[in-house]
Design a protein around this ligand. Structure first.
Ligand code: UTP
Length: 291
């Protein structure tokens, strides 16, 4: 039987240059979609999938993420005194339990692969989930939970994938699809940002992974790849020579909230999905003749 996945890694040390100046002093992962920071969505998704240990790889200017997952006594006291019990209950519900969070720092943003490597001592010799918080999913059940179901059958490494317009494959990591259903098929190869004519499929790697700990020793020897950064896909391309990789074409849709277009679209889609917000929001858009 495969070792259970208890730990999730959240790399949150990037510079977020595409969102400057918003991200000059505030982490990209604290940008809100409707009324929740991106990082909260990712932690909720991990918790739904059974994760019990939340490892954050942070950097400079990211202290507020640690504060977000801490108790705020003054705020809670004030909410209690003002009888705002619903808001108070919500705050408590979202908090990981004491001792479930760990934080480490990536001293320089040398790339996603390097950020993951920085978590090696906290993760140890066990499989772990990797969630990129700027990739936000509308999916039920959550994407990581769907991937965990595949993991229980196949073990090994799991990668969440989604279809992209074939002409856009050169913006993404693309997998080559072997045998098996959407809920768990063999990945026979991976290629980073291929030309459309060279792409083995139009299935792109959308920011959710379950990885075996052998990835760490590969990352420790990894040299800089695309964009001068240490890339996780490069390390996975080495690991696939010795371990199985399963693709899960999950049901759901990703919004790339690291891009302005994806972030703004996610705000509209998530707002229209909220019973308490959709009606008044649509009415406002209609008044402005935007819909
Ligand atoms: P991105 O590729 O979106 O990079 O990172 P970025 O630096 O955050 O943003 P741009 O491209 O400059 O606008 C994907 C995820 O990996 C983390 C980011 O924080 C984000 O959650 N990351 C990236 C790191 O933790 N360290 C890095 O060196 C790079």
């Amino acid at each position: 039987m495969s070792k259970r996945v208890r730990t999730a890694v959240f790399p949150v040390a990037g510079l977020g240059t595409r969102f400057l100046p918003a991200t000059k002093a505030m982490p990209k992962e604290m940008l809100t979609v409707v009324d929740r920071p991106l990082i909260q969505y990712a932690v909720d998704e991990a918790r739904e999938a059974g994760i019990e240990h939340f490892v954050f790889v942070t950097g400079r200017n990211k202290g507020v993420i640690e504060d977000h997952f801490d108790k705020q006594y003054e705020l809670e006291h004030t909410l209690e005194q003002r009888g705002k019990s619903a808001a108070l209950a919500e705050l408590g519900r979202e908090l990981p339990q004491a001792g479930q969070t760990s934080f480490t720092r990536q001293q320089e943003p040398l790339g996603l692969g390097h950020a993951v490597w920085c978590a090696r001592e906290l993760v140890g010799d066990q499989p772990f989930a990797l969630l990129l918080p700027d990739m936000l999913f509308k999916a039920n059940p959550g994407v990581l939970k769907q991937m965990m179901e595949a993991y229980e059958t196949t073990g090994g490494n799991i990668v969440g994938v989604e279809e992209v317009d074939p002409k856009d494959v050169s913006s993404y990591g693309i997998v080559a699809r072997g045998e098996g259903p959407d809920s768990g098929f063999k990945i026979t190869g991976m290629v980073e940002k291929p030309l459309p004519k060279d792409a083995p499929s139009n299935l792109f790697i959308s920011g959710r992974y379950i990885l075996q700990p052998e990835i760490f020793s590969i990352l420790s020897e990894q040299t800089r790849g695309a964009g001068g950064e240490i890339q996780i896909t490069d390390a996975m391309q080495v690991l696939i020579r010795s371990q199985s990789f399963t693709g899960v074409k999950y049901s759901g849709k990703v919004f790339d909230c690291g891009s302005k277009n994806g972030f703004l679209t996610a705000n509209v889609v998530f707002a229209l999905d909220r019973p308490d917000i959709a009606g008044p929001f649509l009415a406002e858009l209609k008044k402005l003749k935007l819909v």
